[in-house]
Design a protein around this ligand. Sequence first.
Ligand SMILES: [Zn+2]
Length: 253
Amino acid sequence: MTWKIDLRQVKSFCSKALGQMSCCDLCGANVNKSFLLGYQLRQTLLCQNCISDLPYFDQTIISGNLLSWPAIHRALPNIHFDQLFALSPYTYPFDKWLAQMKYLGRFELANLFGTLLCAQWQAMQTNQVKLPIDLVLSVPLHVKKWQIRGYNQAHLIAKSFASQLSLPYDEKLVVRIKHNASQMGKTGSQRRKNLAKTFILQEQIANNIKHVLIIDDVVTTGTTVSEISKLLKKTGVETVTLVTVCLTLPKTK
Ligand SMILES: [Zn+2]
């Protein structure tokens, strides 16, 4: 008798077995199916209790747009995007996860962030009449930084988000041509000066692209996405929505 091993079946069996054994990243409990706001999540990192307990912004109070909150609008002057959708303030466990993803290469977190953003975004779509999305972009890294790090965390989150919502995603349209010094500790106007002429568009945007979503991991002053928004609006884009995992506002003196 000869044995034929189908590698695909072995792989599927192993991944199912491993899936069943996965432990919650935060509390160690077994991870089964998880839901958020009625949507089943495509993730195996967190148990249902931890998913429910994460420190999300309450999207219903702010109509899915943090700029409708006057204190946040005041804290982000001179911005050129129109809406801001963030999952959570920059706090535990998101701050820890974002650092692990950025510096330790925990790529599986991109899918968790993409999935959580998707569930929250879809819940807001059913509650409100929202503009259709014509294109999804992510904030690009300069090629030098990309070579050192090997990946762009905003791109990984955007890819997961766009594929789960079947939205067109273009990772090459916006290119960062200037390798800026760190933005940390700079004021809004210093950041704007530092970022001038940092980005270019690789090609013309089609006339029918009116609403663009830009994905980032953390937003502080919004100046980076503002620079990209200015470029997009010069080419006929009417509305830019910034979608980010975390928002951390600049400290007021
Ligand atoms: Zn848990």
